[in-house]
Design a protein around this ligand. Structure first.
Ligand code: SAH
Length: 248
């Protein structure tokens, strides 16, 4: 049986999905709550990643080991790093890097020791599906209320830090660029889930709505955005992706 995990970073993002879940059944593991049920014709588990890489890795491991999920989709918010990635835009990950991993000079900066790589690729098919779902959602939303939000697809950087200063975000982007990585956005969980999924051979993809620009204003933008926009985006984009998946 195929079961899809839908991981949300924040409870506000999970509420809408939980409200649509048919035959919900709660399971507790590792101090976490998991909701099993049916969503848009798929057997799913809804879970909160919790915040930060280790917490997200624990959640992903529990999903795979104890709840037998066969695919993982992640929905959350992120700070925009590249200049054209603005608040309200959506970034679909093609891959992840851990921006706070530095075992140099033994391994090149950002490289995962013993993995021989810094970049963790997402599943091509699931990532394309999320990209289409995000584009369809934004096209429909802007038909109702014109807005210039865009959907991007590319590298996302994860690390155990809420980046909330312009100087920090510029330095982070430059350090990644020096190692050949052009990151579109920054958040705190995706690369950890990607690494667990690589270890287990579980297909993984992620979509992040840009809540802030990882600058001096980030904490204010973040709070407003999560409350007013992120939850609707998560529900709409994941809903569309699941419906597209039924048609394939
Ligand atoms: N729980 C707190 C703060 C959450 S931390 C609150 O609700 O106010 C921020 C979350 O959003 C993390 O899950 C992270 O993945 C993402 N995020 C959004 N903007 C970010 C930024 N500028 N830097 C790092 N992570 C960011």
């Amino acid at each position: 049986m195929s079961r899809i995990a839908i991981l949300s970073a924040l409870a506000q993002e999970q509420h809408g999905l939980l409200a649509l879940l048919l035959q919900p059944q709660k399971v507790q593991r590792a101090g976490r709550e998991f909701w099993l049920g049916d969503l848009h014709g798929h057997s799913v588990v809804l879970a909160l990643s919790r915040i930060g890489k280790v917490a997200a890795a624990t959640t992903a491991t529990a999903l795979i080991e104890h709840l037998a999920v066969t695919r993982i989709l992640f929905t959350g918010v992120a700070g925009g790093l590249a200049p054209d990635v603005q608040v309200g835009d959506v970034v679909v990950a093609s891959s992840f890097v851990q921006h706070d991993l530095d075992a140099s000079p033994i391994f090149p900066r950002f490289e995962l020791p013993l993995y021989g790589r810094a970049v963790l690729a997402c599943d091509e098919i699931l990532s394309a599906l999320l990209f289409q779902a995000a584009r369809d959602h934004l096209a429909e939303a802007s038909a109702a209320a014109p807005a210039r939000h865009r959907v991007h697809r590319g590298l996302i950087a994860s690390g155990d830090r809420f980046v909330s200063a312009q100087a920090q975000s510029v330095a982070l982007r430059r350090a990644l660029q020096r190692a050949g990585h052009e990151a579109l956005a920054v958040e705190m969980e995706g690369a950890a889930v990607a690494q667990v999924c690589l270890d287990y051979g579980v297909p993984f993809a992620a979509v992040r709505t840009i809540s802030d620009r990882a600058d001096d204003q980030a904490h204010l933008d973040f709070a407003t955005f999560v409350r007013e926009v992120a939850s609707q985006y998560a529900c709409a984009i994941i809903g569309r992706a699941l419906r597209l998946l039924s048609n394939k």
